[in-house]
Design a protein. Structure first.
Length: 361
């Protein structure tokens, strides 16, 4: 029996994709080799690569003037690459600091360019997102960086700031789970290990115009333009995550694309928020209701000993990965794209039962 995997990433993948990969594992397409052993210059791999790239464009509904790049180093490398590539002397990067990841993006960019916090949710302990007009950008700002979903705080951006400055978005933890308003963005990036594939890869969408004016005085791997010109085959790419991502994206497309994924995500998260809100304060979620994450549902129980008992009993029923991030504690249920509604039902029922058994009488 498969575990109900509520881990924050890496996380659950569609079992059908794992089965397909198992069937092909020793002999990919009659080559007598595993995909793990194959040259990245072979026609078989090139087909896999090109298809995955086309699907990333189609499922993301990315317009033609965006390039799709596959880059190793996860989302963390992108924190630095964004500033390195996009900021010329005299230009600034503004950051919406909506949680731990927004803060990390700003911190990691700071050795590479003139960056500043254009809004911070720290005063509210990262429980709200900026309201219209609250983000303050100055005239030298080249881009405004946002985090569409804060994985640790369980908060998502619903209204993206419209300041006239192009946005750069870290969408790691809700990648392709909702339609993207491409007009607002010059660049979108995300690690794939939550909604799309196993770890080892970031997918970057970058507007061609932004590429044309990006810095060119960088080592090859650090230059977005190098990845674009080489079709992300300038060096040996992370072939296995790309191969699996292609399969996941094909399933997403067949299931109705981002609109269907968005609906599915809202239903899964809604089920748990309902349990939290109906629990008469037994479970508490600190996030403003309008910006609660559809991917990471965070909640506290009345005290630490009940939290550890909850986690222990959940694990005994094969619900794993429910512990909150070590920096904030509590519990967190991550509901990434491949997590089935049945797993959410199992958790919802357990939460209801646990609350009934332990609520002070
Ligand atoms: C929103 C967000 N950004 C960035 C990262 C860092 O990603 P990576 O581990 O791919 O570097 C994470 C990881 O959980 C994340 O959730």
């Amino acid at each position: 029996m498969r575990a109900h995997n509520f881990g924050a990433g890496p996380c659950t993948l569609p079992v059908e994709v794992l089965e397909e990969a198992r069937a092909e594992f020793l002999d990919f397409g009659g080559t007598g080799m595993s995909i793990l052993e194959m040259s990245h210059r072979s026609p078989e791999y090139e087909r896999v690569h090109t298809e995955a790239m086309a699907l990333a464009r189609e499922v993301g509904e990315a317009p033609d003037d965006f390039e799709v790049l596959f880059v190793q180093g996860g989302a963390t490398l992108q924190f630095a690459l964004v500033a390195l590539n996009l900021l010329h002397p005299g230009e600034r990067g503004g950051y919406v600091v909506s949680g731990s990841w927004g803060a990390r993006a700003l911190e990691d960019a700071s050795p590479h360019g003139d960056v500043y916090a254009a809004w911070s949710g720290q005063p509210s302990n990262y429980t709200t997102m900026p309201a219209a007009g609250e983000v303050e950008v100055d005239g030298a700002t080249r881009y405004l960086h946002v985090t569409s979903n804060e994985t640790i705080g369980g908060i998502r951006m619903v209204d993206f700031p419209r300041t006239g400055i192009p946005l750069v978005g870290d969408m790691s933890s809700d990648y392709l789970s909702r339609p993207i308003d491409w007009d607002l963005f010059d660049l979108i990036y995300g690690g794939v290990q939550k909604n799309l594939a196993p770890a080892g890869l970031a997918v970057v969408y970058v507007r061609r115009r932004a590429l044309d004016r990006a810095r060119s005085d960088l080592g090859s791997y650090l230059r977005y333009s190098w990845h674009a010109e080489s079709n992300s085959l300038g060096n040996t790419p992370p072939m296995f995550p790309i191969y699996l991502m292609g399969k996941v994206l094909a399933r997403m497309q067949a299931a109705g694309g981002v609109k269907a994924l968005e609906k599915h995500a809202a239903e899964k998260a809604g089920r748990l928020y309902q349990i939290i809100d109906d629990s008469e304060g037994f479970y508490r979620n600190p996030v403003h209701p309008l910006v609660r994450s559809h991917m990471n549902v965070v909640f506290r129980l009345p005290d630490a000993s009940l939290e550890s008992l909850f986690l222990k009993e959940a694990e005994a029923r094969r619900m794993i990965g429910l512990k909150g991030h070590r920096s904030v504690g509590g519990c967190r249920a991550s509901l990434y794209a491949a997590l089935p509604m049945e797993s959410v039902e199992v958790l919802a029922e357990f939460m209801g039962e646990f609350a009934r058994n332990h609520r002070a009488l």
